[in-house]
Write a protein that binds this ligand. Structure first.
Ligand SMILES: *[C@@H]1O[C@H](CO)[C@@H](O)[C@H](O)[C@H]1NC(C)=O
Ligand SMILES: *[C@@H]1O[C@H](CO)[C@@H](O)[C@H](O)[C@H]1NC(C)=O
Ligand SMILES: *[C@@H]1O[C@H](CO)[C@@H](O)[C@H](O)[C@H]1NC(C)=O
Ligand SMILES: *[C@@H]1O[C@H](CO)[C@@H](O)[C@H](O)[C@H]1NC(C)=O
Length: 408
């Protein structure tokens, strides 16, 4: 009897010890890429580029951190200023996360531009406020409307002031485009500061959005709104466990790299264009990196709206107080004037969909502001920032358009 117990005990111990070693082996084998735990400015310096960090304070107290690559490796005197503005739950890092010759931030610096990378309030670089701390609900009390009315103005006026320019070129991806369309429509005179607006995966309506965000918004949007109203706005999808998953799950085998890639595709689209799955752990180390539940709720409200993009819906009483009407007013993209917009889109994108573009955005914009509409084959939403072919299909064309505008 005793002998039997001993044997079972030994078997258990042996199993436990092997499991421990297997786990350790996996942990030790999964060396992360060099940029895994770096910040955006550290990545810029790591690749041998000059870097500056600038903080700009909005008039409602948020401290926004911008990153700058003032010139490229050739050290030529920089031509125009370009500001790059990230997507929902993204950051300045997303323009820098592939190799320098495949990342728009570095390519623009090497093409002779003074490159600025913005960060909206609430992401990992702009988690600071003069009065509130991120653990307080007050910190998260913002929707897209504040990015439009405060953040874009603070960042762009700040950049123009420091560089002593009157105008800059703006490149937005996804939310970075939706906020700029909204800004230019609500404050049409702001276009005097925007020489060219490049919209990658442009968003001017999200009614036909697909993937996880579409499913979530359409099926659980109402529950989420209730939860959000009851609790007060809170933080959604901060960096938290994603680097850990990237390093210790996705990067343990080829199969897991595929699984993690597919998980990302359920958000952005299953597109045929090449995709470097070996970098997925690195993407997860940096993205998602936090935003507010009011902004998430705002996006859900936009999904329900079959026509224009509404301002945030606070419920009838608060709407009446803030807007002087029971339902939120809408952004009117027909009012955009005096700028040149180049739009890069794909029919395989789950978030910036053919229907929302063809039936709405491309039609409501005044023809005089459309510089070009470029359809890219087989791109998901994230190919525009992470795709290995974006260099040739999107970034080189942007640099060509910019060089032509330098001459004019
Ligand atoms: C994944 O693991 C390999 C092997 O340890 C390592 O060389 C690579 O840099 C890791 N990839 C990322 C993106 O961290
Ligand atoms: C412009 O920049 C200067 C310092 O370079 C600063 O003192 C001033 O407050 C800034 N003005 C605005 C409007 O941001
Ligand atoms: C656009 O430009 C025209 C001509 O320069 C000017 O008259 C008009 O006021 C401008 N509109 C805005 C909104 O700035
Ligand atoms: C939207 O803007 C256009 C151009 O300024 C204007 O003609 C139209 O009346 C506006 N629509 C609404 C609903 O305000």
């Amino acid at each position: 009897m005793n002998e039997y117990n001993n044997k079972v005990g030994m078997m258990w111990s042996a199993t436990a010890v092997s499991l421990l070693f297997a786990t350790l082996a996996v942990f030790l084998a999964a060396q992360p890429a060099a940029e895994f735990y770096m910040t955006a400015p550290e990545i810029i310096a790591y690749h041998g580029y000059p870097v500056e960090i600038h903080q700009m304070v909005t008039d409602d107290g948020y401290v926004l951190e911008l990153h700058r690559i003032p010139y490229g490796k050739a050290k030529a005197k920089a031509k125009d200023v370009v500001l790059l503005q990230h997507c929902f739950l993204c950051s300045s890092v997303d323009w820098l996360i592939n190799e320098p010759d495949r990342s728009l931030g570095f390519m623009l610096a090497d093409a002779g531009y003074d490159v600025w990378l913005g960060n909206f309030r609430g992401n990992k670089y702009s988690r600071s406020h003069l009065k509130y701390k991120p653990h307080q609900l007050d910190f998260w009390d913002f929707s897209m409307d504040e990015l439009v009315s405060k953040d874009l103005e603070t960042m762009i006026d700040g950049v123009l002031n420091i560089t002593r320019k009157d105008q800059l070129h703006y490149v937005g991806h996804s939310l970075g485009t939706l906020t700029m369309f909204s800004r230019l429509s609500k404050f049409p005179e702001f276009s005097a500061k925007i020489k060219t607006f490049f919209a990658l995966a442009p968003v001017g309506r999200v009614h036909h959005i697909g993937g996880i965000f579409g499913f979530f918004g359409n099926n659980f949007g109402t529950i989420f709104t209730k939860l959000n109203r009851a609790s007060g706005s809170f933080e959604v999808l901060p960096t938290s466990v994603f680097p850990f998953l990237g390093r210790y799950l996705c990067n343990t085998s080829d199969i897991f790299l595929d699984i993690c890639s597919s998980a990302i595709n359920t958000f952005s689209g299953f597109a045929k264009s090449p995709w470097d799955k070996t970098r997925v752990p690195l993407y997860l180390a940096h993205t998602p990196c936090g935003s507010s539940s009011n902004l998430m709720d705002h996006l859900n409200q936009m999904i329900k709206s079959s026509h224009d993009i509404p301002h945030f819906d606070y419920g009838p009483a608060e709407n009446e107080r803030r807007y002087g009407q029971l339902i939120p007013p809408v952004y009117n993209y027909s009012a955009i004037q005096n700028t040149t917009i180049h739009m890069f889109w794909s029919s395989d994108d789950f978030l910036s969909t053919t229907q929302d573009l063809d039936e709405y955005l491309f039609r409501v914009l005044d023809p005089s502001v459309i510089g070009g509409i470029y359809k890219i084959a087989d791109y998901s939403h994230l190919h525009f920032i992470w795709g290995p072919t974006a260099r040739n299909e999107v970034y080189q064309p942007i640099i060509k358009i910019l060089s032509e505008s330098d001459l004019s």
